[in-house]
Ligand binder design. Structure first.
Ligand code: FES
Length: 178
């Protein structure tokens, strides 16, 4: 034991080389812990927030063959959500109203009223959509004819491809007015 060590021990102070070693291990521990946190945390955070920045790919669902629909007629079509889970059952199904305007032109309306979302009915003879909840009425083109609906019926994008009518089933925006 040399003189310096004896002096430091008696005063409760560690030798300079012991302090250096302790600091070194402290810094090494902090560095390793930070590295491990980054290895685990960065992919995890990326996994959580990535969907916020990813634009969902446009999906087109087939509504039927073009010649299954008559010009000037509006019919209900059942749409099955292609992104639903296998056990979704009937909840994967929804209905839209499809109107054939001409040889190649179709309009797909959301079946939900723009007031509070009740399903609207098509009255063939009157050529009107009627909402049973609060008496909302829409013309054949989805524009508001009477009642509380603040907006026309929502229209989906429709296209004709290879003799089939296809629709892009986006989420229908919710109206905030009452
Ligand atoms: S929900 Fe259709 S008029 Fe109110």
């Amino acid at each position: 034991m040399n003189e310096n060590t004896a002096d430091h021990s008696s005063l409760g102070i560690e030798a300079p080389e012991e302090i250096t070693r302790r600091r070194f291990f402290e810094k090494l521990s902090i560095t390793l812990a930070s590295f491990c946190a980054a290895v685990v945390g960065v992919p995890l955070i990326g996994f959580i927030i990535a969907p916020l920045f990813r634009k969902p790919p446009a999906k087109w669902v087939t509504l039927g063959k073009v010649n299954e629909f008559q010009i000037g007629k509006t019919v209900s079509v059942t749409v099955i959500d292609s992104s639903s889970l296998p056990w979704a059952g009937v909840t994967a199904k929804s209905a839209i109203w499809l109107r054939r305007e001409s040889e190649t032109s179709f309009i797909a309306f959301s079946a939900n009223c723009t007031h509070l979302g009740c399903p609207v009915r098509w009255l063939e003879g009157a050529e009107l959509f009627i909402c049973p909840c609060h008496g909302g009425v829409y013309y054949y083109d989805g524009s508001v004819a009477a009642g509380p609906p603040p907006l026309p019926l929502f229209r989906y994008n429709v296209r004709v491809e290879n003799g089939e009518v296809k629709m892009n089933p986006v989420v229908v925006p919710i109206t905030t007015t009452s």
